[in-house]
Design a protein around this ligand. Structure first.
Ligand code: FEO
Length: 170
């Protein structure tokens, strides 16, 4: 049986992950509108992964005999001034999520909830990758500067990203 304080904190994280999915879906739509199909694909896959993150926590709460409580998802921004502005916003958002995960680990430790702390280690590792992925795209955008050809090359590279479900989800 999961502690109520831990359950509440994990439910809040489901909302954070669902908002992340919404944010990246909004970025995907914005890239589609601007004719950057590769960036749009990358963000769409990112949104799918965020949904998996939410479901991983959802399933964990259920397995611990807790109750999942879903709250309203905030409206994300709809448009960004440039690819760099969007990717930088994604990077900053991932830093925020890393902070959320670290706060959850702290709560789990305070409650001596080893099972939750253990589950959260997957997210601790995932956040390293999440920040790194956005940071790498930012570096590439910095390198190409104003080059339209460079932008098309990055767009083509990002079009290759394929969705792979977390396995196993629980
Ligand atoms: Fe679910 Fe991008 O962290």
């Amino acid at each position: 049986m999961i502690n109520k304080k831990m359950e509440d904190a994990l439910n809040k994280q489901i909302n954070e992950e669902m908002f992340s999915a919404y944010l990246y879906l909004a970025m995907s739509a914005d890239f589609e509108e601007k004719g950057l199909a590769g960036f749009a694909n990358w963000m769409r896959v990112q949104a799918q992964e965020e949904n998996d993150h939410a479901m991983k926590i959802f399933d964990f709460i259920t397995r611990r005999n807790g109750i999942v409580k879903l709250e309203a998802i905030a409206k994300p921004e709809q448009s960004w001034d440039s690819p760099m502005a969007a990717i930088e916003a994604a990077y900053n958002h991932e830093i925020h999520i890393t902070g959320c995960i670290n706060a959850l680990v702290k709560t789990a430790r305070e409650l001596n909830d080893n099972a939750t702390e253990n589950e959260l280690q997957w997210f601790v590792n995932e956040q390293v990758e999440e920040e790194e992925n956005a940071s790498k795209i930012m570096d590439k955008l910095k390198t190409i500067g104003e080059s339209g050809h460079g932008m098309l090359m990055i767009d083509n590279e990002l079009s290759q990203r394929a969705y792979t479900p977390i396995n196993p989800v629980v």
